[in-house]
Design a protein around this ligand. Sequence first.
Ligand SMILES: [Zn+2]
Length: 102
Amino acid sequence: MKHLTQPDTIVCDRCGREMRANAPDLEHQERLAIRFRAGTDSVFGDGALVESDLCQHCVREVLGPWLKVTPDDPREPRHRLDGKPRRAYQEYQLPGWHDADE
Ligand SMILES: [Zn+2]
């Protein structure tokens, strides 16, 4: 039987920063998880699995110029996200973080 696990400590694939769940620095909850299966004629290769865990600092360093950042109040948000995206990974394509049976 397959079950899904999410590690308590995730290491940034770019800088090696350790992001621990429930740590007071909150880095774990601010990470960006990229996990998707490439489609036909993808630049990554047909059907390739593409994954990366990045800390928030690397996301800003690498993608910063192209990110659209809208300041908002988390307690009383004035801006809403359409479709409730939670992270950049395509969850519908890859149902779990890690498949324990693979
Ligand atoms: Zn990093």
